[in-house]
Ligand binder design. Sequence first.
Ligand SMILES: Cc1cc2nc3c(=O)[nH]c(=O)nc-3n(C[C@H](O)[C@H](O)[C@H](O)COP(=O)(O)OP(=O)(O)OC[C@H]3O[C@@H](n4cnc5c(N)ncnc54)[C@H](O)[C@@H]3O)c2cc1C
Length: 423
Amino acid sequence: MVRVGAGVPLAELQPALALDGLYYPPVPTYDGAFVGGTIATNAAGAATFKYGSTRQWVEALTLVLADGSLAEIRRGEVTASPDGWFELQLPSGEIVRVPVPTYVMPDAVKLSAGYFARPEMDLIDLFIGSEGTLGIVADATLRVIHLPRRCVVLVACDSDSQALAVTAALRREAGSAWRGDGALDVSAVEFMDSRALAVVPDEAISRVGVRRPVGAAVLLLVQIEVADREDDALARMDAVLDACGVHASPQVAMPGDERGAARLFELREAVPAGVNAVIAAAKSRVHPDIEKVAGDLIVPFERQEESLAMYRETFERYGLEYALWGHVSDGNMHPNVLPRSLDDVGKGKAAILDIARRVVAIGGAPLAEHGVGRSALKQQLLRELYGERGIEEMRAVKRALDPEWKLAPGVLFPEPESQPATR
Ligand SMILES: Cc1cc2nc3c(=O)[nH]c(=O)nc-3n(C[C@H](O)[C@H](O)[C@H](O)COP(=O)(O)OP(=O)(O)OC[C@H]3O[C@@H](n4cnc5c(N)ncnc54)[C@H](O)[C@@H]3O)c2cc1C
């Protein structure tokens, strides 16, 4: 375990843990995030497929509640009553009854869509993912593991369907390895299509020794954990690629080759940076109101091929330029609009809403890991997921814990018109 202040960035936490040979697994691919922010959004990342999201790694929290009091919450200490309530005694002696929402959350490996709700749930889970609306995280006790040895492999595929076949095969191999019956312990597979890679500077592509993919081509970035048998793991990886008809030799950073791994990760990080640069350029040259329009969708893995086709078809129907990348081993993709005009921003929002409705209809979720915040579009996606009644149930939780609406007002749902001045 590590007890860490909420204001520690992951970029400082991981090197500090590494000094003791330790590692905190459920990290987003953005290491500028702070521990408090990752807990507030139930962040996940590339390796959710193996390690789950932040929620599973938080053992205890110190919180500042809306009345200024401190609360120490340990997992396993307070659970909701069978009839759906938490009864909390504040330091002032006041008893607060907090209702547990009754909506059913989608069965997704990562979800950052308002308040966690399950019958007889643990109180700590109400605060994790609540985006600062119920309490401020001051510090956290997190579970950690031994720092894994890791190979990073970049694979060039011809098409979405080949990339998904490789990912499905790697997920099966990983399952066998976790059961002690295989060498290919894959922890993450990330997907970047040629449209996403088109916005990346030439140096980022040439540094990793591949040609810039064009047309339907896709790059996959695979992380493999190896105890000591990296040759066995890579031989198995070659067999998977052969069986899926991948002909180009992969680029491999072996365990210990930190510079090689960093180059490969830089390529992945260059994608959102490149998209942001496209948006910033359109904003300054075309219209100051141009903004980012992006999805953060998760679908059951077996529905991913039809979902990818649906993302592409929807953007094309709206006449939009777009880029697709994401954490393909979780079924979590980030379709991003590349706006050329203010009109594209409006069309992009309509396209994301269409996509989100279809994702919800197949058992997925439109808010996987980035949270909701104050974005009107994301708040609409939250309503698509749980309906007005679900939002009202969340408001009832907020009202019980923060009756004056002091904490992160306007995050997750708009503030009600009038709030009582006192509890
Ligand atoms: C390039 C890039 C890649 C990303 N990749 C991923 C990814 O792979 N997976 C993923 O999950 N996310 C990803 N994200 C999103 C982001 O990293 C996560 O949402 C992260 O958890 C936010 O942390 P932050 O410290 O930046 O929080 P902020 O963005 O500052 O805050 C997020 C929310 O948390 C609340 N909050 C912040 N600190 C506290 C606190 N101490 N107590 C209570 N509430 C608090 C804020 O009020 C706000 O509502 C990515 C972002 C970028 C820019």
